[in-house]
Design a protein around this ligand. Structure first.
Ligand code: SF4
Length: 337
């Protein structure tokens, strides 16, 4: 369920050809393991629609069809078992074609996500406003909503996306003030994993912290698993979701006497393998702040000279040589109580 009091759902999009059933299924299964809750795949050819039907049977999370231009592919995707379709009514064609898609979604009672982004604004809006603006994006989204509502269907999700962070934030504020429909939020074309995560965290942080957003996608040029990891971190850091290991690590300084950077990176990689835990894990470089921070966390390490203290539930439980710290943490996580 998207919207209302449901938790903000994390979604992503496959980047394999949908006609390649094996590759796309394998990617979705990896995404499920990472915590993805809704997955979207393009249905851009009849072969993709056939693949979509087979993929649907082999995965465990809702599968959304991403449609552009061809209303017949939207209908094929719905018949193939799509749990939701994403369309931009503006590029589907005339009213009859949009109606055919809406009727098919209505018959199966699946939601339609109407999406607009800065590249797909109606020409009259761009010309009138002298370019893409937040108000123009919100107006275009409401036009798309009205088009579908006029056809007698309101099982909708709205998305407005722009790669311009301040514009995207403003557009979301405008749309949230105009409708109660659920919003899919994200910063589009955010960039590579490194820059895109920052852009998404800034934009989504601002949007979500205003109480706006019902489902989220972080868009990155890279492995979609990174999108899911980033979305989870953003939601957790905003206090909107719990679950997983929250790694706290100090920045290191001249006092650090163990290879804390390698240890912290190894711990962060490790953390993604324990999505069922809900704990804070502190990796601290020395005894100045280390024990204090580590005691605040559920589990922690405070480094010394080539050794470290292992701290659990606020108590020092062992002193270990540096080489044994990681395996001791793994043992504790595997047997976490
Ligand atoms: S915890 Fe210790 S090593 Fe880490 S930054 Fe603080 S003083 Fe430096």
């Amino acid at each position: 369920m998207i919207g209302g009091s449901n938790p903000i759902a994390i979604q992503s999009m496959t980047n394999t050809p949908t006609a390649d059933v094996e590759a796309t299924t394998a990617q979705i299964l990896r995404l499920e393991e990472a915590g993805c809750e809704i997955i979207r795949a393009t249905v851009n050819t009849p072969e993709a629609a056939e693949g979509f039907a087979q993929i649907k049977k082999r995965i465990h999370i809702p599968l959304v069809a991403d449609i552009h231009f061809d209303y017949r592919l939207a209908i094929a995707a719905i018949e193939a078992g799509a749990d939701k379709i994403r369309i931009n009514p503006g590029n589907i064609g005339d009213r009859d074609r949009i109606k055919a898609v809406v009727d098919a979604a209505k018959a199966r009672r699946i939601p339609i996500r109407v999406g607009v982004n800065s590249g797909s604004l109606e020409k009259y809006i761009v010309e009138r406003d002298g370019g893409v603006t937040a108000a123009g994006l919100a107006e275009s989204a409401m036009n798309a909503v009205r088009t579908v509502e006029d056809l007698g269907y309101d099982n909708l999700v709205i998305s407005i996306k722009s790669a311009d962070v301040p514009m995207c934030i403003e557009a979301h504020e405008l749309i949230a003030g105009r409708t109660d429909l659920p919003l899919h939020v994200g910063i589009t074309e955010a960039g590579t994993v490194r820059s895109g995560v920052i852009k998404s965290a800034v934009g989504l942080g601002a949007i979500l912290s205003r109480g706006i957003g019902d489902t989220v996608r972080v868009s990155l040029t890279g492995d979609p698993v990174e999108e899911v990891r980033a979305a989870k971190s953003i939601l957790r850091d905003l206090g909107l979701r719990r679950g997983g290991i929250n790694v706290i690590s100090c920045p290191t300084c001249g006092r650090t006497q163990i290879d804390l950077v390698s240890l912290a990176n190894a711990v962060e990689d490790l953390a993604s393998h324990y999505p069922h835990l809900d704990i804070d894990l502190a990796v601290m470089g020395c005894v100045v702040n280390g024990p204090g921070e580590a005691k605040e966390a559920d589990l922690g390490i405070a480094g010394g000279a080539g050794e470290g203290l292992l701290i659990k539930h606020g108590e020092i439980i062992r002193k270990l040589p540096e080489s044994e710290l990681l395996s001791a943490l793994i043992y504790e996580l595997d047997n976490w109580k």
